[in-house]
Design a protein around this ligand. Structure first.
Ligand SMILES: [Zn+2]
Length: 105
């Protein structure tokens, strides 16, 4: 149940999820970057191996590996960030915001 505002006693109050929003955003970006970087290194080594064995240019493979890594890394990072943000919401930040006087409580 959502309580009423302690400042103006309005019932026009909503839960705020700042930690979850920020955590999800930061987690997505961080996960995408690390996923792309990790996949690039792996794909680069694979491409070099492929080039030396077959004289086959591996750049399309490396590019798609980086994209896939970024997508999967972003997804994992987003989920981790959401969970971390939910904890921060509950433990640290204000839980509610009044829509009438903008008080956080
Ligand atoms: Zn209020």
């Amino acid at each position: 149940m959502i309580p009423s505002c302690p400042a103006c006693h309005s019932g026009n109050v909503e839960r705020c999820h700042y930690g979850r929003r920020i955590g999800g955003g930061v987690g997505t970006v961080a996960g995408a970057i690390s996923g792309a970087a990790g996949a690039s290194v792996g794909a680069f080594e694979g491409a070099q191996l492929g080039r030396s064995l077959l004289s086959f240019g591996g750049s399309p493979v490396a590019a798609s590996g980086a994209v896939l890594g970024a997508i999967s890394g972003g997804l994992i990072g987003c989920l981790a960030g959401l969970q971390l943000g939910a904890v921060v919401d509950e433990e640290v930040l204000c839980h509610h915001r009044c829509n009438d006087c903008s008080t956080h409580f």
